[in-house]
Design a protein around this ligand. Sequence first.
Ligand code: SF4
Ligand code: SF4
Ligand code: FES
Length: 315
Amino acid sequence: MIVTLQIHRYVDEKKWIQEYKIEITKGLTILSALHEIKAKQDPSLSFTSSCRSSICGACAVRVNGHSELACEVLLDTLVKRYKTDVLIVEPLGNFRVIRDLIVDWDPKYEKMKKIEPSLHPKAEFTVKTGCKQSIEDFDKYKKYAGCILCGSCVSECNKSALNEKDFLDPFIFVKAAKLVEDSRDKDHKQHLKDVIEAGLWKCFNCQECTASCPKDLDPAGAIEKLKEATFKLEMASSVGSNHAKAIYDDIYNTGLLDESKLSVQSEGFISAAFRVPIAYRLMKTGKLDLFEKAPVNKDISKIRSIIDIAAKEDK
Ligand code: SF4
Ligand code: SF4
Ligand code: FES
């Protein structure tokens, strides 16, 4: 079967889409196809790759709007998944493009410095003893240590697409979660302070990063773990954390969400005062009654036991 690859080209500030035809052979990956095109059809096509074994993270691109490890995904799989013989290959999203499929990682590494991404060893460790820990302690963060810095999660992040200036990239939260879970590190609070300042509570929780991670690291879950740690270490005092707490309290107390009080509980009286005109309009149209007593869900005891079981399981 012959497939058309429509590849987004970018050279010296000129953008265009170039078509290449390639025959699908058994086991042909996107990366093998790119190499074949470069060798036999167009030596000017540029992309990055190294290990060809899903380990180095260098080859990630977007195919038909979704990030993929080019050395891992088979053309045959994509043709079947999208039911088409035309595949669109682009550089990763939310990165500056340098040339064709090559993106600039320097700003991402610069951003990573905000969380001081290295281990801050506890005082008990010395050069002689090393930084030992139990297998159980290692198991707590080993998943997050598997990040290959491929950028797939960044590419699909909706918050980064909207505004990345006040937000870290998902893989940086993964890195921070690893440090916060690592028993050898002495500065968990400092790492948490760094991620709070760098936008922890601004995540949309859309789960796109988790869906796109080729190593199943669950960056969105790592963000939730970091949020949970801010509560455990009594560092949760932002609008985002107040909002989460207000929702929890409402559901636990009544089994229902009382939207009319969320703004005050999350932002406090002074900031919430700016929303008075909206509240007034809602009251006028009968959508808000400040004096109405919030009802209690008739199944409140069942709701509470679900919350209690979930909290227990999480420990
Ligand atoms: S869950 Fe958060 S970090 Fe992940 S893609 Fe969505 S906005 Fe980005
Ligand atoms: S978290 Fe997953 S998707 Fe993101 S850079 Fe690491 S391995 Fe890639
Ligand atoms: S080339 Fe290394 S992960 Fe694809």
